[in-house]
Design a protein around this ligand. Sequence first.
Ligand code: NOJ
Length: 966
Amino acid sequence: MRSFTTLSSKWTALLIIAALCYLFTPAVSVKHENFKTCDQSGFCKRNRQYADKATALGSQWEAPYRITPESLSWKNGQLQGTILKTINKQGETVRLPITISFLESGSARVTIDEEKRQKGEIELRHDSKARKERYNEAQSWAIVGGLDVSKSATEERDASRSIVKYGPEGKFQAVVTFAPFGIDFKRDDITQIKFNDRGLANLDHWRPKVDKPEPEKKEGEDAPAETPVAETGEDESTWWDETFGGNTDSKAKGPESVAIDITFPGYEHVFGIPEHAGSLPLKETRQSSGNHQDPYRLYNADVFEYIMDSPMTLYGSIPFMQAHKKDSTVGVFWLNAAEMWIDVIKEKEAHNPLSLGIGSKTDTKTHWFSESGLIDVFVFLGPTAKEVTKAYGELTGYTQLPQEFSIAYHQCRWNYNTDEDVKDVDRKMSKHQIPYDVIWLDIEYTDDKQYFTWDPLQFPNPTGMLEQLDQSERKLVAIIDPHIKNKDGYHIVEELKKKDLAVHNKDGNIYEGWCWPGSSHWVDCFNPAAIKWWISLFKYDAFKGSASNLFIWNDMNEPSVFNGPETTMPKDNLHHGNWEHRDVHNINGMTFHNATYQAMLERKKGEIRRPFVLTRSFYAGSQRLGAMWTGDNQASWDHLAAGFPMILNNGIAGFPFAGADVGGFFGNPEKDLLTRWYQAGAFYPFFRGHAHIDTRRREPYLIGEPYTPIITQALRLRYALLPAWYTAFHEASVDGTPIIRPHYFVYPGDEAGFDLDDQFFVGSTGLLAKPVVTEKAESVDIYLPDDEIYYDYFDYEKYTGQGKVTVPAPLEKIPLLMQGGHIIPRKDRPRRSSGLMKWDPYTLVIVLGKSGSATGELYVDDGETFDYQQGAYIHRTFEFSNGVLESKDIGTKGKLTDKYLKTMKSVGVEKLIIIGAPKEWAEKTSVKAGREEARLEYYAEEGKKAAWAVVKAPKVAIGENWKIEF
Ligand code: NOJ
């Protein structure tokens, strides 16, 4: 006992020192070694060993899971039954209830639980107060719809399997094999996804701990180190407790991991499962060199200074994967909130002698394992990526349609030091005519890291500051984190404790740990009462000094705990309902984000605005609540390059409102790096410059010639294209289509482009961008997917022919092409903020394709309220063909449509730019716009530069039907 106390106090001292080091030198203290590798994670290692054993035995391997046919019943689109797991040589079994649901949407869901835990027939160790069941509430946080079961699905069964036909026109099939248990999902009779094909399904059933006699030891000698072995011969060294980095996790419920293998036959590419710093196509994790050694890990953590090209976990988790091959995409969503790992391997299918010379194909074989919870997997059979993303979004919700300001530029650093500092930056941005919409305050604005307060010396007048910003329709975002400073007299912590709304430790007392404020408690947003309380804190009269142009940033919500295991909370902490933190960890950040979102919805009765809340930690469903960013990157070229694959991956995993810190968080970027980063950032759906407290100031006007003007151009480009960006956000908000789109998503049949993750399309605009992410580049190669005409965005130089083209990219130029056949809406008048552009007229850029025609879309609303839900919006298509440009309404009329259209009556089109204008127009001087004539100027082709024309002041309103004849 004495030695334990000494050890524990020594550890406490060490941890405090470690925490202090983190506080003062954050850029150097957290390292890769602070996070587990698979070998250091008990259940990861076990499940990999299990896979190795099964693989080594090959056809001799007897997977110990089988469905008992007599247990099966089919009712209302659901197949229910029991899986028996054989647990020893004597043939003893445990019962695992399984439900396979076939949903109206065409998705299927497989849920496997454990009867004993479900019924609470287990004993917990250490007098634990934890819940006995496997965590079954992930659905209530992640899923918001799409669960209606199919009315048309049908089932047929024989002695060895059950076959369910479901989906559109019954095109999908699930073939459930009883022994060993397995499911093949088919589309048009071809197997697309296989469950338990390799027999790696594994569910750690509950068992009592059998205490063995202590090994004998001679006096004065240490006991021999022995790996504890269970009666079954399994290594039980991490079943009952697990130690890492000096923290011991008491596992009151024993081992409880769940696993299954999922094979995608014939699919060579898999994407998704963010968040990792690596390529868009996922790499193999168990094969030869050059690939990853560890599985992809999802365990939300504060991993700053993260390393590149790594399967290591980061701040957020979306366990949704898409598998893609030529003209077919399918997907799976593993609904589980515990720590998880995913192994990916690829195997060539054996050459089929009957395939008449067609070469062998590759299967991607994945192996998923979570530390606890249910096996709960959704299956999407596509066949397109768009359909898979849409079906996933039907379940977890689509991207929130954001306030328009939030898709403009954000100016942040840790920290703007005083309210005068904020006002000064604001004035200087205006003086230098650099547009921005939002300035941010990091943690130092608070009084002693107490959220909902202002430092009285540095921020004596927040209201004055907010008022100045409002004069240019600008906003402020202030940070509020989930750790609440444990300090006497701080009213928030006192209420938190009094109302008992904080996360508890394993003994049921309020958990205490370290974060920015020092000793802190964590609000438990799994608790409805905590959410209610949190909402009350944001009312204008509670959060004094806040106003309607103040929005919120939620950081550190993994949660980050400086002295916790792997910089987070102990897994045996308890949340509302006595769920262990282990069970809910990956959802934790989303619950905090959700509480803040709810709070922002109605800070004042009757004043309902769309919230804007940025989050660092996220899970499936977070897209409904705001934006995310990729955390603490570095001011280096490789981090600049890493941004796009990460953002693209987030986009196809349903959370496209994403960005990376422009300029890099740690370190001081060279001027060319910073400039290139702004050019890249202009293509992030979430566009924010941010920097660590130890870095030099780098507001765009400080950088000097020629950089400041180039950065300003990049910012103005973003502002000019805001109508196109907002239209893309609208699309994402109705069907989940990513805002920036990877090649495979847009060209699913073009195998040569499946690996591309450094060029992308912006919405449906036909804009094809490849911002420079390498040092000293003078040009970049862009891959053209088809033989359409592509025009340089800035000088209209033409590029044609499928394959690579080289586009010049001196520092002042962003490689950006316009694909023929599109119409791009813009606003060309430079302003201080997007709010000031609200009533500005539009420019339509008509990019003529080979066929001489083009189409495009525009979505507009007030950019801040929810009135669009009652029809207060404009949604139009523009079509140019046979010399006529036509604007057509594609919106649905609602209660507020007419009122909104009235407010937009005077907003018109000021300019049409026609790129690739036909030669015959050379003599043309006007076009017919309704009853009026508008002037046309023609510019002939010059070398490789396309001919173009401009029509000035066609005097047509943006919200009305019209035709312009050329
Ligand atoms: C960590 C965040 O990732 C970073 O962006 C922020 O500046 C610091 N916390 C301080 O709040």
